[in-house]
Design a protein around this ligand. Sequence first.
Ligand SMILES: C[S@@+](CC[C@H](N)C(=O)[O-])C[C@H]1O[C@@H](n2cnc3c(N)ncnc32)[C@H](O)[C@@H]1O
Length: 155
Amino acid sequence: MKKLEIGSGNKPKEGYLHFDIRKDINVDVVGDAKNLPFENNSFEEVFSRFFLEHLDRKDALKVLSEIFRVLKNNGKLELIVPNLNYFCRLFIDETGQKKQWALNKIYGFENYFEDHHFFGYDFEILSNFLNEIGFANIEKLESEEQYLHVICYKN
Ligand SMILES: C[S@@+](CC[C@H](N)C(=O)[O-])C[C@H]1O[C@@H](n2cnc3c(N)ncnc32)[C@H](O)[C@@H]1O
C-alpha cells in the first residue's frame, strides 16, 4: 500500500496502511511513530488526524522528520489537529460544557495513556515546524474553525 495513516486509532481512514502505538486496537502495524519501521521513500501519501498534538515539541519534530524520510519525493503529508487559537478563545469566553470541551481539546481526553496532549498548534506554529523539516507548499485547507487541516509536500 502506498498510503500511510499514523495514529489511526479507532477511526482508521479507508485506503491507508494503519499505524498506531497501541496493541489493543485493530491496526496494520504497531509501533512508535518516532521510529517508523518503513524504508526511505516508501509512501506517496501520509495522513494523520488528531495525533500530532499527542507529542511534545521535540517528539513532534522527530515524527515529522520520520514522515519526511518515508515519503517519496513530491509525496503529500495531510495533517488535521485541533486549532489551539479556537480552543483558547472558547476556554476564556465560555462556561460549563463548552469550557470543558475546550479543556479536553487543549490537554486531551485522558482516556488512556497516550491520550494526553503535549503541545498545540495554530497555522503559524505548525508551518514553522513543517518548514524546519523541509516540507514545501504548505497550505491550509478550508475546514471547521476548530480544526487545522493542512497539506504540504516533500520536494
Ligand atoms: C486521539 S487518537 C486519534 C485517532 C484517529 N486518528 C481519529 O481521527 O480519531 C490519537 C492516536 O494516536 C496514537 N498515538 C499516540 N502516540 C503515538 C505514537 N508515538 N506513535 C504512534 N501512535 C501514537 C494513539 O494511540 C491514538 O490512537
